[in-house]
Design a binder for this molecule. Structure first.
Ligand code: FEO
Length: 172
């Protein structure tokens, strides 16, 4: 059984993950609007993964007999200055999510909540990957600079990203 403070923190994190989904869906729309379908695909996959991250918290709360208390999702921005700016904002957002996860890990330690501490390790690992992916794309965008053919090649690369539902390779 979860302590009230932990249930509140995990419910808040569902909101963070669903806001992330909203943000990346908005970015996908932005990339469509500037004709970069590969980038739009990458962001659409990211949107779906964030919904999975939120649902993993949702299912954990239920498995612990805690109440689900969904919060309002804030409006994300609708446009960015450039693909580089969008990915820099993505990295900034993921660094914020990493901090949120680390804060909940700290709370689990404080409450001696071993089950939640273990559960959160998946997210700790996932955040390393999330930030690394963003940094990689930022580096490539910086290399490409104003070179249009470089940008289209990168767009082609990003069109290959495929969504793999979390439920198929592990328990959500
Ligand atoms: Fe669910 Fe991108 O953190």
């Amino acid at each position: 059984m979860l302590k009230g403070k932990m249930a509140e923190a995990l419910n808040k994190q569902i909101n963070e993950e669903f806001f992330s989904a909203y943000l990346y869906l908005s970015m996908s729309g932005y990339f469509e609007s500037i004709g970069l379908k590969g980038f739009a695909n990458w962001m659409m996959v990211q949107y779906k993964e964030e919904v999975d991250h939120g649902m993993k918290f949702y299912n954990y709360l239920l498995s612990q007999g805690a109440d689900i208390k969904l919060l309002p999702i804030a409006e994300p921005p609708h446009t960015w200055d450039s693909p580089l700016n969008a990915y820099e904002e993505t990295l900034k957002h993921e660094q914020h999510i990493t901090k949120c996860i680390n804060d909940i890990v700290d709370l689990a330690e404080e409450l001696k909540d071993r089950a939640t501490f273990n559960f959160l390790q998946w997210y700790v690992d996932e955040q390393i990957e999330e930030e690394e992916n963003d940094r990689e794309i930022i580096d490539k965008l910086k290399l490409v600079g104003d070179n249009k053919s470089g940008l289209f090649m990168l767009d082609k690369d990003l069109s290959a990203r495929i969504y793999k539902p979390l439920a198929t390779n592990e328990e959500v």
